[in-house]
Design a protein around this ligand. Sequence first.
Ligand SMILES: [Zn+2]
Length: 246
Amino acid sequence: MNRNEWKGKGLSVNILYSRAGVAQQIWIGNENGSLLFDAGDGVLRDILSNKLDVNEIKGIFFTHGHFDHVGSLHSLLGFLRMKGRKEELPILAPEGCTEVFSIVENFIRCYQDTIPFKISRKEIRSREILHIADMSIEAYSVVHCGSIKGSGILDGIPAMGYRISYKGETIAISGDTGMCPSLKELVKEADLAIIEATIQTSKGAKKETLEKVHLSEDLAKEVGKLAKDFILVHKGKRKSNIKHEI
Ligand SMILES: [Zn+2]
């Protein structure tokens, strides 16, 4: 069973959508505002159908630049422009995340001085701590390689997990990652860990895939137990006799 919402004392989570190779977007907020983590396909529909207020968005963070995490950034920016947003919008992504920054640059180039709000771009380094809406967000570099069916595992890309804290409460988001050493540190003792579990089981999965590309459900649970509570997200294909290739 999938849990999509979590409510702590000060922080709340709404997993708007999460499916490997399709889209992921996670909304985390407190009484001061909300942060959006990733903006994959359908993010605007997901926000509106959950009756969330786009004006609450104080920043958009990206875990990495794969299409299922960035695909609808342009739509969201267009919507905010149409709605006449005035407040500056920070867009934050791992250092070198070409996909995110090129979408933002293209948006600015298309609309220039008709964008009624300032977009501030920030390339994040590992262990950098940011403060937005009274939340502190610490970035943890994780290991994530792309893969193309038939071409195997590609090189690693800039990828981050985030640890969001507010009034003594902490939520960890793994982003897409293999079983890398920083992951345990990222998740440890968090009140909630949101962990990717793309692959159904480690059984039959290649070691290299589990270390460099994605976690399996059993590995994600193992990591999740280091936190007080966890939710598995970003599940891929689930069939009984499937070969796991993602
Ligand atoms: Zn993904």
